[in-house]
Design a binder for this molecule. Structure first.
Ligand SMILES: CC(C)(COP(=O)(O)OP(=O)(O)OC[C@H]1O[C@@H](n2cnc3c(N)ncnc32)[C@H](O)[C@@H]1OP(=O)(O)O)[C@@H](O)C(=O)NCCC(=O)NCCS
Length: 166
C-alpha cells in the first residue's frame, strides 16, 4: 500500500530516479527542470530539506512498497494559514486516481499537521489532467494565473478551503 511520507534525506535516490524516469513525461505538460537540477540533485535536495526545516514549505512523497517514488506533492510558501500546492505523478501509474486521492489526503494533512486553512494551485489551460485533479479534490477556480508562473502558458488559480483541525 503506497504511503505518503514527508520528505527526508533518505528519499534522495528514489526521488532522483522518479524525476529521471519521468522527465520527458512531465515536460509534455509542465516546464522541464533543466539539466542543472539533475546534475546537482544532492544540493537541491538538501536545500529543500532546509526550506522544510525553516517551516516555509512541506514536501511529501508517495512511496510504493518497494521504496520507489510514485509521486511528489508539495506545499510551498506556507504563510497566514495558506500555501500553494504542486504535484506530479509517475507515468506508469497515470489515470488511476493516484493524484486525486493523494491531493485529498494532503488536504487533510495540511490542516491537521500544518494548521492551514486553505490551499491554492495554479495550472495551465492546456493541462486537462491537472484541472480534473483539482476539480475532483474540491478546488474551485479563482482567477487567471500569471503565465510567468506556468512556463509562459496561460492558466488559472484554484483554491480550496480546508476543514478546521479537530
Ligand atoms: C496531472 C497529474 C498529476 C495527474 O496524475 P494522475 O494520477 O494521472 O491523476 P488522476 O488519475 O487522479 O486524475 C486524472 C484525471 O485526468 C484525466 N485526464 C488525463 N489526461 C487527460 C487529458 N489529456 N485530457 C482530459 N482528461 C485527462 C483522467 O482521465 C482523470 O480523470 P477521471 O478520473 O475523471 O477519468 C499527472 O498527469 C502529472 O504528473 N502530470 C505532469 C505534472 C503536472 O502536470 N503537474 C500538475 C501541475 S499544475
Amino acid at each position: 500500500m503506497p504511503e505518503l511520507q514527508q520528505l527526508d534525506a533518505d528519499h534522495a535516490p528514489a526521488v532522483l530516479a522518479f524525476e529521471l524516469a519521468n522527465r520527458a513525461y512531465f515536460a509534455a505538460s509542465i516546464s522541464d527542470r533543466g539539466d542543472e537540477f539533475y546534475d546537482r540533485f544532492a544540493d537541491r535536495h538538501s536545500a529543500m530539506l532546509a526550506e522544510q526545516e525553516a517551516g516555509d514549505c512541506a514536501f511529501y512523497v508517495l512511496v510504493a512498497d518497494d521504496g520507489s517514488v510514485l509521486g511528489r506533492f508539495n506545499l510551498y510558501d506556507l504563510k497566514d494559514g495558506t500555501a500553494n500546492l504542486g504535484y506530479r505523478v509517475a507515468q506508469h501509474v497515470a489515470g488511476r486516481g493516484v493524484a486525486t486521492a493523494t491531493v485529498l489526503e494532503l488536504c487533510r494533512l495540511a490542516a491537521a499537521r500544518h494548521g492551514l486553512r486553505s490551499l491554492r494551485a495554479a495550472t495551465s489551460h492546456a493541462n486537462a489532467a491537472s484541472q480534473k485533479v483539482l476539480a475532483k479534490a474540491g478546488f474551485v477556480p479563482t482567477g487567471p494565473a500569471d503565465p510567468a508562473d506556468l512556463g509562459g502558458k496561460p492558466g488559472t488559480w484554484y483554491q480550496r478551503e480546508l476543514e478546521p483541525r479537530p
